[in-house]
Design a protein around this ligand. Structure first.
Ligand code: HEM
Length: 460
């Protein structure tokens, strides 16, 4: 079957492309786009087939999704976090597809838009408090500083929890991306105890699980809806049996959600400020929109749908710097992709980074252009043009929540502050499990929002 699939150049004996994937995978992803609809990556373990063609991606993720399991993600992450929605979930008598649908249906109400919108004041206040320690003229490590904000926002909106939970989340994030990535990139090596991040990662997961267990006890002792995700999961029920989830399952879910959620404010927002530093025209338009829509007052949930340019900017930053840049599937039966049949058990990968940089999907893909997301222009785009949160039945369940948190924090910060990377700063992102911004210094200056009389939606 694989005779028709070209192999990515540069494979090394024994480890194949493993070292490239650990060291500098982003150029490899762009190169794959130029080679073929499906490209073989060699590994120390089984070969992985990276799908780059947009129509094949759509088939794999949307129309033929029943033919695939999560594969490596489950192998790499489930033993550490416990099985949860992101991974392969099994219920007796149901196919993998049906089991996922049943589980997702029970969890979905926790992410209802009304619940998410109700978190805006909390996220705004946490951001305002966080920024109080900033001083004009100061240079910050933006990557570290915004990560601290992300831990606070995540701990409070997911578990109504305070500092100790945020501390556990910080420890997990610091130790995790390398350790988990090694397990996913090189599953066999990942089982060895000397793999970077392994010991501290396991301790950090245990610490966060203990903190979530403590939060469950507190919620049970005082059972009221705190507006957080945990309150909603405690009242979640399976539609067919009316059963609640076990506490262990809730801990699995919440631990993994928080692990994922941090990366919005912690990783996407630094990339936003990087792009604003590079594109003063975009910064000017952002400020103009915020001043027109907010007129100097703090952002509210009702403002978010009117921040059209801010949303486009965020979408474009996540196109160029997609946090979840590479994902995997495993075929459950023989599937045909293009002209090749792949037998059951084949490892398949897809990447938001590759798709977002594919010249057949995006015109001039390296160019930063928030207006490519204007409604009249998106209509012409391929269905897989936006894979930041995946697509199809396995699309991110937290996409709206993450977007709401990011927009709220971004609007609150940029109303009053400019954060510019110093001239000559060389951006070195770290693509591990998540695409992180790397070291990102930023000089802070203050700005005073213009107070306009009109509160009409901005036409930017
Ligand atoms: C900027 C932040 C985030 C990004 C970029 C992101 C990205 C993604 C992507 C690309 C997928 C698709 C996975 C696949 O195709 O295999 C996904 C799935 C998922 N995400 Fe997120 N995510 C983010 C935030 C969150 C948050 C806040 C949560 C909290 C609940 C979350 C929970 C999940 C879950 C549970 C899934 C699996 C959904 C399913 O299989 O039904 N993510 N995410």
């Amino acid at each position: 079957m694989s005779a028709t699939v070209p192999t990515m150049p540069g494979a090394l004996p024994f480890i194949g492309h493993g070292l490239h994937l650990l060291r500098d995978p982003l150029p490899l992803m762009r190169k794959a786009n130029t080679l073929a609809p499906v490209v073989r990556l060699k590994g120390p373990g089984p070969d992985v087939y990276l799908v780059t063609d947009p129509d094949l991606l759509h088939r794999m993720l949307v129309t033929d999704t029943r033919d695939y399991a999560k594969g490596r993600i489950t192998d790499g992450a489930a033993p550490q976090f416990g099985p949860s929605l992101l991974m392969d979930i099994h219920f007796d008598g149901l196919t993998l597809f049906e089991a996922h649908r049943r589980h997702r249906r029970a969890l979905q109400p926790a992410f209802h838009p009304r619940r998410t919108a109700a978190q805006v004041p909390q996220v705004r206040e946490l951001t305002q408090t966080h920024c109080r320690h900033w001083q004009a003229g100061q240079t910050l490590r933006l990557d570290q500083d915004l990560a601290r904000l992300a831990y606070d926002v995540t701990a409070r909106t997911f578990c109504a929890a305070t500092d100790s939970m945020a501390g556990a989340l910080a420890a997990l994030t610091a130790s995790s991306t390398t350790g988990v990535y090694w397990r996913v990139a090189l599953p066999r090596l990942g089982r060895l105890s000397g793999v970077p991040g392994t010991g501290s990662f396991k301790r950090a997961v245990a610490r966060l699980r203990a903190a979530v267990t403590g939060a469950i006890e507190q919620h049970r002792a005082d059972p009221r809806d705190r507006g957080d995700v945990l309150s909603a999961l405690l009242s979640a029920r399976y539609h067919d049996t009316g059963e609640a989830m076990s506490d262990e399952q809730i801990v699995n879910e919440i631990t993994f959600y928080m692990f994922a959620a941090v990366h919005g404010i912690a990783d996407v927002l630094p990339h936003v400020f990087l792009e604003l530093s590079r594109h003063p025209d975009a910064e000017e338009r952002l400020h103009a929109e915020l001043d027109t829509v907010l007129s100097g007052r703090p952002v509210q949930a009702e403002d978010l749908p009117r921040l059209h340019y801010t949303r486009r900017l965020l979408t474009e930053v996540m196109r160029l710097h997609p946090t979840v840049w590479l994902l995997a599937r495993r075929t459950l039966r023989t599937v045909r992709l293009g002209t090749t049949d792949f037998p059951a058990g084949t490892e398949i990968a897809y990447g938001a980074y590759a798709a977002h940089h594919h010249p057949g999907i995006h015109h001039d893909p390296l160019r930063f252009d928030p207006d490519r997301w204007l409604p009249e222009r998106t209509r012409a785009l391929h269905k897989v043009a936006q894979l930041t949160f995946g697509t199809g039945p396995r699309k991110c369940i937290g996409d709206q929540l993450a977007t709401t948190h990011m927009l709220t924090a971004l609007a609150t910060i940029t109303q009053h502050w400019r954060l510019h990377t110093p001239p000559g700063h060389r951006h070195r992102p770290t693509p591990r499990l998540f695409l992180r911004p790397g070291t990102l210094p930023a000089l802070i200056t203050q700005r005073t929002p213009m107070r306009t009389t009109s509160a009409a939606p901005a036409q930017s």
